[in-house]
Ligand binder design. Sequence first.
Ligand code: SAM
Length: 225
Amino acid sequence: MKLDSVVPWGRSFQEYRSIFSLSEGDLQKKLLGCGDGPACFNAEVTLRGGNVVSVDPVYQFSGDQIRSRIDEVYPQIMSQMEQNAESYIWESIKDVAELGKVRMDAMQQFLSDYDAGLEAGRYTCASLPYLPFDDQQFELALCSHFLFLYSEHFDLEQHIQGMRELCRVATEVRVYPLLSLDGKQSKHLSAVIEALAGDGVRTSLQPVDYQFQKGATEMLVANPV
Ligand SMILES: C[S@@+](CC[C@H](N)C(=O)[O-])C[C@H]1O[C@@H](n2cnc3c(N)ncnc32)[C@H](O)[C@@H]1O
């Protein structure tokens, strides 16, 4: 991974909560955030006394490197959001300016927590399809805006391997969104569900409260055990 090809962009804790319908009980579980990047989910769960590990290849870089890359790409992302504003529902976040603030605040919280989290092993540099964890080490694995979203960049086999690895390390896996970047349902979704069924993994599509990208109304829940 080269830093100049990375577009760091992280969601807030409240977004994660509603994306994954996380209850207070869920937040007490042993949590894995896969592809968390500069989201502040880990920082906030830790602040609340929870138990969470985040994995992402971007954690090979220092906090200063990630911060300067965020500053570099932020204006480009804002201008893309302005251009594509009609693809989103502007209710809980009312406009692009507020979106910028929500996401920047989240990334600032991540950056403030990053060095302490690296030292504690809460931020681990790793990538699907290989995670450096024991079988069923986590009770709940979350994957926000990585699998399925990048269906044009990662093929079906990579999606199946990624889901199998998440199902190996956690007793429950939740993934959102199920749309690819073009706003259509991922072309890999049904084949991934079929492959998991073949492994004996139960899956369901569950509605979520989070309303932002139009059409992104469901998460995939997999229960390997
Ligand atoms: C769009 S960002 C989402 C960040 C965060 N999950 C959120 O929702 O705000 C996608 C993340 O996936 C990470 N990523 C890329 N390849 C990965 C892989 N093979 N395994 C795990 N994460 C990966 C990227 O580094 C990036 O941080």
